[in-house]
Ligand binder design. Structure first.
Ligand code: FAD
Ligand code: EPU
Length: 338
């Protein structure tokens, strides 16, 4: 198995930052993983798991071994009258899996169309969009402990899914590599079109009969109209999570900012769109050198080409400071900063 040395990761992160990894290994199957982990252990190398690099911000060269997950495979492992259970290699491209599910008429992930990245990273932050999160179709996953090399199975409960979070982003951070994911998809899909502009877009598309393929198409249209294509402008989607605040704080803020958008979630908790807070602080469309804030979506920070990761982190701090000063809300990054 080949371990490459001093490799640029520019092509492997959607911000397009040109940093280098001291070592890089492409992992295509579990046996190769076991061998590589043993070598890394012998040489006391720090490890970083990389999928599609669409939720990572590199601020400096990585002085350890990057394991690029390229484990493939899509198989049906069980089915009944209503559901099908599919076992997916963690290196599969997420959107290609969505297209495969649409081709087979299996519902559940159509609202998650066009999210960049790999299957293995999807449970890591419980990817979500347009009213659906992966946890709603999740069955279990297989993961390997990076230190011991042992294999573990994680159920939905074990994963502790939350809004853009899981156990792999909190208490078990950097301890496991996810190798396979099993999803439970529906043969008799129910449709989720209540979120955002989906029904309006379906209307514009002149859809007569609702199905998972035209919901996917509507989601793709909305996403293309707002989010920059990383192939053209470097970005990692939403840079921050949408903050969750108390009803009391919302009430106080409403006296001054009457039009603040808010979405009740549970109990006394309210989600406020970070994009609105950032826009109110006049950051939308801001640009300094090659780093900036997207002009159609203030929650997306961008690299126009020659920017550097540390410049982007500086901008993120300035945005956090100004949002905190104006609203008393601390924005938390969604992107993994390395
Ligand atoms: P990477 O960026 O490679 O890795 C992300 C993190 O997961 C890193 O910490 C990495 O170490 C870890 N990791 C990766 N693979 C594994 C593995 N196999 N085992 C263990 N850890 C692993 N996200 C959403 O939730 N909803 C959206 O709507 C959305 N829209 C986006 C739009 C754009 C234009 C972009 C660029 C990004 C968007 N994202 C969105 C963020 C991103 O696509 C997701 O977080 C995606 O799941 C990241 O996958 P990846 O393979 O690129 O992960
Ligand atoms: N808004 C503004 N100005 C902006 C952007 C947004 O005022 O520049 C306000 C508007 O009120 C708008 C609201 O924010 O109605 C919500 O905006 P949008 O529908 O674009 O969604 P978002 O909250 O910014 C979240 C996710 C996205 C996901 C979309 C659709 C987070 C952090 N982001 O974005 O996920 O695709 O909803 O469900 O939860 C990602 O995680 O990388 C990501 C792109």
């Amino acid at each position: 198995m080949e371990i490459k040395q001093n490799i640029s990761l520019k092509e492997f992160n959607t911000f397009g930052f040109d940093i280098h990894a001291r070592y890089l290994a492409h992992i295509a199957h579990e046996k190769q993983l076991t061998k590589t982990l043993a070598e890394a252990r012998q040489n006391s190398l720090p490890l970083l798991i990389l999928g599609g690099g669409s939720n990572i911000l590199f601020v400096q060269d990585y002085q350890g071994l990057v394991l690029r997950n390229e484990i493939l495979g899509k198989e049906v492992i069980r089915e009944d009258n209503d559901y099908v259970w599919v076992r997916l290699g963690a290196g599969e491209n997420w959107h290609q899996v969505v297209l495969w599910s649409l081709d087979n008429g299996w519902g559940g992930i159509e609202n998650l169309s066009l999210i960049p990245g790999t299957v293995g990273a999807a449970p890591m932050q419980n990817i979500g969009a347009y009213g659906v999160e992966i946890c709603s179709v999740f069955s279990k996953l297989e993961a390997v402990n990076l230190e011991s090399g042992t294999q573990h199975i994680f159920s939905t409960i074990d994963c502790q899914f939350g809004y853009r979070s899981s156990v792999f982003k909190s208490s078990l951070k950097d301890q496991f590599i996810i190798t396979r994911v099993v999803l439970k998809l529906s043969k008799k899909p129910s449709f989720n079109i209540s979120y955002g502009a989906i029904s309006q877009t379906l209307g514009e598309m002149n859809v007569q009969e609702l199905n998972i393929s035209n919901i996917s198409e509507a989601v793709i249209r909305i996403r293309r109209s707002k989010l920059p294509d990383p192939g053209t402008i470097g970005n990692a989607g939403s840079f921050f999570k949408n903050p969750i605040i108390s009803k009391d704080l919302l009430h106080t803020l409403k006296t001054e900012y009457t039009n603040i958008p808010s979405y009740p979630i549970e109990g006394d908790l309210i989600k406020v769109p970070a994009g609105w807070l950032i826009e109110e602080c006049n950051w939308k469309g801001y640009r300094k050198g090659d780093i900036g804030v997207h002009n159609k979506q203030a929650l997306v920070l961008v690299n126009y080409g020659q920017g550097k990761g540390n410049e982007l982190v500086e901008l993120a701090h300035d945005i956090q400071d100004s949002v905190n000063a104006k609203f008393g809300i601390q924005l938390i990054p969604e992107v993994n900063i390395i």
